[in-house]
Design a protein around this ligand. Structure first.
Ligand SMILES: [Zn+2]
Length: 199
């Protein structure tokens, strides 16, 4: 754990994970990007409203019997409501945990900047290639980033539009996220509530 000062308000921030790329100052709400061992202001946004989630920043416990720490989350709004994408330390590895209207998924595999066809040509029910994986598309939708808190690996400016695809490949749940700059694919598995124990 290292400590750095918010370049906006000067507050001391404890940094838990070496993979984190963006920190949201819990005091002033400034979004700070890690740059050359220091911070760079990525944007100033109102603090994320107190949207309840199964976790809070800093929550610990176990998922499938392995220890985790919840580092931070991005909150998205879409047609069915909201979902949270938590960046977690999962038994020493980085992972993502989504909470979507009472359903939970643990994503442990990340594929960055994957090759994929034009989003506009993708329809639910299709088999498409994402990188070298053949995936079956279940759902495609649009979401808007509402905000973030804590430590983040992925960062999308609040207010940005994201297109997502939910899919299946090789028995795994697949989530593809299109932002303005990149396409990411996550692979993981659904969880039951009893798989998750929060201390
Ligand atoms: Zn601050």
């Amino acid at each position: 754990m290292t400590s750095m000062n918010c370049v906006s308000c000067g507050a001391s921030l404890e940094i838990k994970n070496r993979f984190s790329k963006v920190f949201v100052c819990e005091y002033c709400g400034t979004h700070l990007r890690v740059k050359d061992g220091g911070f760079d202001i990525a944007g100033k946004h109102p603090k994320l409203a107190d949207f309840p989630s199964i976790f809070n920043v800093g929550s610990t416990g176990t998922i499938l019997g392995k220890p985790f720490t919840a580092l931070g989350r991005m909150r998205y709004k879409y047609s069915n409501g909201h979902y949270d994408e938590w960046f977690i330390d999962f038994d020493g590895e980085k992972a993502w945990f989504t909470e979507d209207e009472g359903t939970f998924t643990l994503y442990t595999d990340l594929y960055e900047a994957v090759d994929i066809q034009d989003i506009n040509t993708i329809r639910p029910g299709q088999n498409i290639m994402v990188g070298d994986k053949k995936v079956m598309v279940k759902e495609k939708g649009n979401a808007v980033v509402e905000g973030g808190e804590g430590e983040l690996f992925f960062y999308v400016e609040p207010g940005s539009d994201v297109v997502y695809i939910d899919a299946i490949a090789e028995g795994k749940k697949i989530s593809v996220e299109y932002t303005e700059t990149e396409v990411e694919m996550f692979a993981g598995r659904p969880l039951l509530k009893r798989d998750i124990l929060v201390n």
